[in-house]
Write a protein that binds this ligand. Structure first.
Ligand SMILES: [Zn+2]
Length: 251
């Protein structure tokens, strides 16, 4: 088997390995995206939850403060009933008024904070709805990815063995070149020489349409296995199967 034939065999296995791997990484990327979106919503929900906890703590403090003020007013009211003279009575009444204003302000503040807690409760409920949907999508992506890995594991290792077997006889320099060009063109390391006009000796790279000099064509015909790259796209050139078969008989 000529080097070019070995490269063609390698190419056939390589293309399939790459295609399977790309299907797997596609599923993995989709899963990672879903997981990230779920995590983002969880983090946002966590922030709102923290805000709610802080507000609830503030409301609880206000309630305690309100209770203390209420008790103080009760005590002042008892003092008021027992006050001995007008001066004392007026002083207590004055103090009560000041404290009652404080209590009203506190009540107003507490009410506003409770309204904010309610708003946060609504936002948390909205987050929960989104989270249910996001979790469902994430679970589906996990299952899909696991299924793809399971389904392709055997086929992939089989193809990888085929690829390794095809690569075994290829010299290191040709192998490096093959991998470089394959990476450059998503696995398309080889390109067939297209005969535009045999009479006018016009040939082109079938992948990128760049003209192939007649000299290159005759080299491929004559040597059988010469590794020649397209000057434009760098793909390794090979003859059409029929032309190669005819040429091989003459060599
Ligand atoms: Zn080309």
């Amino acid at each position: 088997m000529s080097l070019l034939q070995q490269l063609l065999a390698l190419h056939r296995a390589d293309v399939q390995v790459r295609s399977l791997r790309s299907r797997l990484s596609q599923a993995d990327r989709y899963l990672a995206t879903q997981q990230k979106q779920l995590d983002d919503v969880l983090a946002q929900r966590g922030d709102v939850e923290t805000q709610r906890r802080q507000l609830q703590a503030q409301v609880a403090n206000m309630e305690m403060e309100g209770k203390a003020i209420g008790e103080r007013i009760e005590r002042l009211r008892a003092d008021l009933n027992q006050s001995g003279n007008t001066k004392q009575y007026t002083a207590i009444l004055q103090e009560m008024k000041v404290i009652e204003v404080q209590r009203d302000e506190l009540d107003t503040q507490a009410l506003a904070q409770m309204e904010r807690v309610e708003q946060l409760n609504k936002r948390l409920a909205d987050f929960d709805t989104v989270l249910t949907e996001r979790s469902r999508l994430c679970d589906a992506a996990k299952a899909e990815s696991a299924e793809r890995h399971r389904d392709t594991a055997d086929r992939l290792s089989e193809l990888e063995r085929e690829r390794a077997a095809a690569a075994a006889g290829v010299p290191a320099t040709a192998m490096t070149l093959f991998d470089e060009v394959a990476d450059l063109h998503e696995g398309e390391a080889l390109s067939e020489v297209q005969v535009i006009s045999a009479r006018h000796r016009e040939y082109a790279c079938s992948a990128c349409s760049t003209e192939i000099p007649f000299g290159v064509y005759t080299r491929l015909l004559g040597e059988g296995g010469a590794v020649v790259q397209c000057t434009s796209c760098r793909r390794i050139l090979h003859l059409p199967a029929e032309t190669e078969a005819t040429a091989a008989k003459k060599r």
